[in-house]
Design a protein around this ligand. Structure first.
Ligand SMILES: [Mn+2]
Length: 360
């Protein structure tokens, strides 16, 4: 296990020097920003980024994310060239020593929240999701006011994109994912770069758009699309656990044993603050949310795979606000990193003492 920390490059108000001071954190996860999605990432720019990170005493072995253009998800004209560009980016990342690339296959909307500053009883703020707010919006009629999304698309651009998706149901989206992986995975194998899909967040359909990476069954299907373990998973505990039927610990045993978990996003959420299909992000420890984080870490330890793990979103605490990206402040994520490392130490040492116990 290697603990890593997401860093938004030079735009991030959290400097590399601060990340270097978080106990147990060995590296950062980042991306090249400022490149038009779909363009090839230049090798020189990747190498320069890696050099900058390493100069701060940290490693850069995981990229989050290389964007997948809508044409690829839609199966629209131009996708072959865009997939070829994605492959070339993978080759460059492999040449720079990158081991894992996170991506997602969510149509139009990436992660979704309805409140970026839900205030907790202790005065901290966190991201939250309430399905009833989503259900009241009609993006196709220009009625979409979501925090963090208002400026992502023009109303006309969004309407046009949603129209294109009218002919893409779940099965078509699966076909388009299979088509993509069929071309990309062999390049990943040659380049030594493991691909790790991020589950849909939240893991159900929103605004009538298909969402397919939602739980155990769909992850099984993903694995079957290409038998290589370069076709892997980013196990995001908070995303998957938003659907109460998802047993995250069970999924770690299942997909960890298959060698498919390369990257873990660990965070806790509290389900049901505003009824079914609602949740609020909490502090990482088990006591604050619906997830048993000890069981999560123990499962990861038990399956014995090599993986990178990062604390996922954190709350805003200790007066930190605004300057950071939602969920990506320094303090609460740093607490999360140390908590995860502490659980790992406890699980490791408990296992060791079990192993040597027979001599006593
Ligand atoms: Mn995640």
């Amino acid at each position: 296990m290697k603990i890593v920390f997401r860093w938004y490059n030079r735009e991030d108000p959290v400097p590399l020097g601060y990340i270097r001071q978080i106990p147990l954190v060995e590296g950062v996860v980042t991306a090249l920003y400022g490149i038009t999605p779909g363009e090839v990432w230049p090798l020189e720019a990747i190498l320069a980024l890696k050099k900058e990170v390493e100069a701060a005493g940290l490693s850069l072995e995981v990229i989050e994310s290389v964007p997948v253009r809508e044409e690829i998800k839609l199966g629209a004209p131009g996708r072959d060239e865009l997939i070829a560009n994605f492959c070339q980016t993978i080759r460059h990342l492999g040449a720079a020593g990158i081991k894992v690339v996170c991506y997602n296959f969510m149509p139009v909307f990436d992660w979704m929240r309805t409140d970026l500053s839900f205030r907790g009883a202790d005065g901290s703020t966190a991201l939250a999701y309430d399905q009833t707010i989503i259900d009241a919006m009609k993006p196709e009629e220009g009625n979409l006011s979501l925090p963090g999304w208002d400026t992502a698309f023009s109303a006309a651009g969004l309407r046009q994109l949603l129209k294109q998706y009218e002919t893409v149901d779940s099965e078509k989206l699966w076909d388009n994912l299979a088509y993509f992986l069929h071309q990309v995975i062999p390049v990943c194998e040659e380049s030594g770069v493991k691909l790790a899909i991020h589950p849909d967040d939240p893991p159900w359909s929103i605004f009538g758009l298909p969402r397919i990476i939602t739980g155990r069954e769909s992850l099984e299907r993903l694995c079957r699309l290409h038998p290589s373990n370069y076709n892997g998973i980013t196990l995001c505990t908070g995303s998957l656990a938003a659907a109460p039927e998802n047993d995250v610990v069970d999924m770690i045993y299942r997909f960890g044993a298959m060698g498919r978990i390369h990257f873990v996003h660990a965070r806790n959420i509290k389900l049901g603050q505003a009824g079914p299909h609602s949740f609020v992000e909490t502090a990482h420890p088990s006591a604050y949310g619906s997830l048993d984080m000890y069981a999560v870490v123990k499962a990861l330890h038990d399956v014995g795979v090599n993986f990178y793990i990062r604390p996922d979103h954190g709350r805003m605490i200790w007066g930190e606000e605004g300057r950071s990206r939602p969920g990506y402040g320094l303090y609460d994520r740093a607490l999360g990193a140390v908590y995860l490392g502490g659980l790992w130490e406890a699980v490791s040492k408990a296992m060791m003492s079990c192993g040597s116990g027979s001599d006593d």
